[in-house]
Design a binder for this molecule. Structure first.
Ligand code: IDC
Length: 336
């Protein structure tokens, strides 16, 4: 097996070498020069104004997929399925979704940290960006997991600080908690990450399941008026097209002119991740995100029975990874 490790090391070195020349990155949105991966093309990302920009300072829109919870569907995230995501889907980014509760990180921190680290390496080898998603969900107050988050992010940021392609998402979906509490959490945790990795982009969840407050009768103003005190950060917005209509779409549209926004989760179906697809509404969101250069990852890259899991049930038993549900067909076309 030692030669395989050697091959792997050479592959990583090659990726980094190409990335090193990313100062001459091609215009974003333009077709990538043959053979250049998204990371080789764009290098280290940073927030410039309200946008995400590449190492030459030009706005980029990343498009890709989120895994399902690693405690349930890591069998869907393997060498073969990641090759499909990188090469066939031509995804720019993989969101690595690590739940904290529900059988996730809190039960076995070492195991889940190792899993995340390996998936970051897998994305890196394929020239994709990697979002490390701290998938807190219930309880909805991110401060509940603050100590765990400090431990975890210290470890992963130390491990990946020299890579050009890692983004840190510090709170998937806060709920039942004020923006002040979320902001306080972010201002405690971000310096912990920056101490290890000073220049990576950090993504901050917003109130009410990352709806910018809309699902709890607030809106983007509370963030605009009282932003997190940190540089190089973006705020997240999540939507499920069959549940979240114009009020949500308009909020995202307004917010994107005043705040750096990243949609780290969306579905074409209901907020349960299941039910019928509303492709018309989903397309309106995609058009808006294209127009405003809002990056996105779709939920989710698994073969769960729900309509929002891209693969047909049983796909991950043995592949191949071309057995897509309707939502999978639709989103693959749009990632490409
Ligand atoms: C869903 C999963 C489902 C799981 C449930 C509770 O698909 O298997 O039982 O979470 O953990 C979100 C969340 C995301 C949800 C998804 C669909 O971030 O964890 O996944 N969703 O309901 N926000 C809005 C929708």
């Amino acid at each position: 097996m030692r030669w395989q490790n050697a091959v792997r090391a050479v592959a990583i070195a090659a990726t980094l070498l190409v990335t090193g020349t990313a100062a001459q990155a091609a215009a974003p949105g333009a077709t990538a020069p043959a053979g250049l991966t998204p990371v080789a093309q764009n290098g280290v990302l940073s927030v410039c104004g309200m946008k995400l920009c590449n190492s030459s300072g030009a706005p980029v829109q990343l498009r890709g997929m989120s895994t399902h919870g690693l405690q349930w569907y890591s069998q869907c995230v393997n060498d073969e399925s990641l090759d499909v995501l990188a090469q066939d889907w031509q995804a720019d980014v993989l969101r690595i979704s690590m739940y904290i509760q529900e059988g996730g990180y809190e039960d076995d921190p070492a195991k889940f940290t190792e899993m995340v680290n390996n998936y970051v390496d897998d994305a890196t080898e394929r020239g994709m960006y990697a979002i490390i998603d701290w998938h807190m969900l219930d309880p909805g107050d991110p401060n509940f997991n603050l100590d765990r988050a400090k431990t975890f992010f210290t470890e992963v940021a130390q491990r990946h600080k020299d890579k050009p392609n890692v983004l840190y998402e510090i709170a998937n979906e806060p709920s039942g908690v004020s923006w002040d509490e979320i902001k306080g959490y972010a201002e405690e945790l971000i310096p912990v990450i920056r101490e290890q990795d000073p220049d990576s982009v950090v993504l901050v969840g917003t109130r009410a399941w990352s709806s910018l407050g809309v699902s709890e009768d607030a809106d983007e103003k509370e963030v605009v008026d009282n932003p997190v005190n940190a540089d190089n950060i973006m705020y997240t917005f999540h939507f499920y097209a069959a549940s979240h209509g114009d009020e949500y779409l308009n909020t995202l549209s307004r917010a994107a002119d005043q705040l750096p926004m990243f949609v780290t989760e969306f579905g074409t179906q209901e907020a349960t991740g299941d039910g019928g697809n509303d492709f018309d509404m989903a397309q309106r969101y995609l058009d808006l995100m294209a127009e405003k250069n809002i990056s996105w990852t779709n939920w989710n890259y698994s073969d769960d029975s729900r309509s929002g899991a891209v693969f047909k049930e049983g796909t991950c038993d043995a592949g191949p990874y071309d057995q897509l549900k309707p939502a999978g067909e639709w989103v693959r076309e749009r990632v490409r």
